[in-house]
Design a protein around this ligand. Structure first.
Ligand SMILES: [Zn+2]
Length: 216
């Protein structure tokens, strides 16, 4: 009797989870190609059958002490020139010196400090490329390679280094072309820019799925 009762509860839970999945997929507002573009880096996934339910919840939000989204991805009027321009990332405001975290396990493919992006780190994770701009610190060269150094933040990131998800890879700064402290975060999938807000929505949705009670 007790076991039957438990089973019934378990079945109800599974039914609820499937229902939640169905509702989320149904009203998510994503076009099919967007969902495909948002497939998590394949080689980093635990099990293929877990892709739909758990992949995105392993990703890390890219900044600590987050305050607000100050500029969305897409076309906008430049705050500097007043002309229409393409904003290829998402701006996340945070106090100067807030730590930036690696969104997904990968390899640092570039560190730089001589463009409008300022001191920056670019990480590759499967088909994904994620870039972090306007960081504190600068780039230095050594006999065995290049690295980004932020001494007061205790950060040193080598070009070519493997880094885990959630690792602190820099701090929010004002380097490059920027009017205030924020992280300019860009994402590319197979060479094409993707709106980071869509990725964050997927991440939050997957986390919510694991906690069906919190959805209502
Ligand atoms: Zn930006």
């Amino acid at each position: 009797m007790m076991i039957n009762c438990l089973r019934l509860k378990q079945n109800r839970l599974i039914l609820l989870a499937v229902l939640v999945l169905f509702i989320c997929v149904g009203v998510g507002g994503f076009r099919q190609e967007q969902i495909q573009a948002l497939n998590a880096p394949e080689k980093l996934l635990p099990q293929p059958q877990e892709i739909a339910s758990t992949a995105w919840q392993h990703a890390s939000f890219p900044v600590e002490e987050f305050q607000s989204y100050t500029s969305p991805f897409g076309y906008r009027l430049s705050p500097v020139t007043g002309e229409k321009q393409f904003h290829n990332g998402l701006d996340l405001a945070a106090p100067l010196g807030s730590y930036v975290r690696n969104w997904w396990t990968g390899k640092v493919v570039k560190v730089s400090d001589d463009t409008a992006c300022g001191t920056s780190v670019i990480v590759e994770s499967g088909g994904w490329r994620h870039a972090y701009c306007h960081l504190e610190g600068h780039v230095e060269k050594a006999a065995n390679g290049r690295y980004m150094i932020d001494r007061s933040g205790g950060i040193q990131i080598w070009q070519g280094q493997d880094i885990p998800v959630g690792m602190r890879i820099g701090r929010v700064g004002m380097t490059g072309r920027t009017t205030g402290p924020h992280l300019h975060w860009t994402l590319k999938f197979n060479g094409n820019y993707v709106d980071p807000a869509l990725v964050l929505k997927e991440m939050f949705k997957k986390q919510a799925m694991l906690m069906p009670d919190k959805l209502s």
